[in-house]
Design a protein around this ligand. Structure first.
Ligand SMILES: NC(=O)c1ccc[n+]([C@@H]2O[C@H](COP(=O)([O-])OP(=O)(O)OC[C@H]3O[C@@H](n4cnc5c(N)ncnc54)[C@H](OP(=O)(O)O)[C@@H]3O)[C@@H](O)[C@H]2O)c1
Length: 257
């Protein structure tokens, strides 16, 4: 890895094109990860999606344009093996996280939930960055994902709140330690993905209605909104060490949950 990058973009606006680039999305089979995979492919990249299982194309024809790799972010050896098998690439996004709500409330559970959440969200993000970096091109990027709880804690969300803050700290540290690889974090607000399928349908609909009514954007976020920000981070050569909020203004209004 060289310590300098060319001034190829000097004087002209960077392009959002990913033509000729290779993008790896850990968590890329659903939700924001899938949105990023689709946008990166549309932008000209070849795309690898990694998660805990390979889906058949009869089950998931929408994955036909992507290479699928099995990887459990809690398993360091598996993460290393997955990135060694992928080889050289340009951009990494890590959207994977343990299932919503698995952490347990602070006083209602022992520490099994928080250990497991950190193992997935924090150490999983760490492991992906650690074993991806030797394969990243000069000028490559890493994008992590957190959530609004990082700056607005909520009762019952202690484990993700702490893990999100830790991931954002990791992101800033790596922007220095891995430079010129650029490292950033997207902090999404409510985005209507499969993650929310854990809620009963009527509760999920009620949440959507509150979002439409209260968020300044007057709608729920989509995976495409997040993908747009992710492609910006991959392609703007002067953005590193930052956290971008894509929230529809959620942070400006009282919590809807
Ligand atoms: N959606 C929101 O409103 C929202 C708001 C704030 C923050 N976030 C954060 O944003 C990120 C993306 O959210 P999302 O809504 O896109 O989630 P999602 O649709 O639930 O996607 C999560 C993905 O992670 C994969 N995954 C889970 N555990 C894994 C593991 N141990 N190893 C490898 N892959 C694993 C899953 O695939 P497999 O099951 O195939 O492994 C799944 O594709 C998450 O970190 C979430 O905490 C989401």
């Amino acid at each position: 890895m060289s310590n300098t990058v060319s001034d190829q973009h000097q004087g002209s606006a960077p392009s959002l094109s990913l033509q000729g680039k290779k993008v790896v999305v850990v968590g890329g089979k659903t939700g924001m990860g899938l949105g990023i995979a689709q946008a990166a492919y549309a932008g000209g990249a070849s795309v690898v999606v990694a998660s805990r299982r390979i889906a058949s194309l009869s089950e998931r024809p929408d994955l036909a344009n992507f290479e699928q790799i099995i990887l459990d972010i809690r398993d360091e050896a598996a993460v290393r093996q997955a990135f060694d098998s992928i080889g050289a690439f340009d951009h990494l996004a890590v959207t994977a996280a343990p299932d919503f709500g698995t952490w347990g409330a602070f006083m209602d559970s022992d520490m099994t939930g928080v250990r497991s959440y950190f193992e997935g969200k924090f150490l999983g993000s760490w492991a992906c960055a650690r074993y991806a970096t030797p394969h990243l091109s000069t000028g490559g990027t890493i994008t992590f994902f957190t959530g609004g709880a990082a700056v607005r804690p909520k009762p019952g969300f202690t484990a993700p709140t702490a893990a999100f803050v830790a991931v954002e700290a990791l992101s800033g540290s790596l922007a220095l330690e891995l430079a010129p690889v650029r490292v950033n974090t997207i902090r999404p607000g409510f985005v209507d993905t499969e993650m929310w399928s854990i809620l009963p349908a009527d509760v999920r609909d009620g949440l959507r209605a509150k979002v439409r009514e209260n968020f300044p954007a007057r709608r729920a976020g989509t995976a495409a909104d997040i993908a747009h920000a992710a492609l910006f981070l991959m392609t703007n050569p002067y953005v590193t060490g930052t956290v971008i909020e894509v929230t529809g203004g959620e942070n400006l209004v009282p919590s809807v949950m």
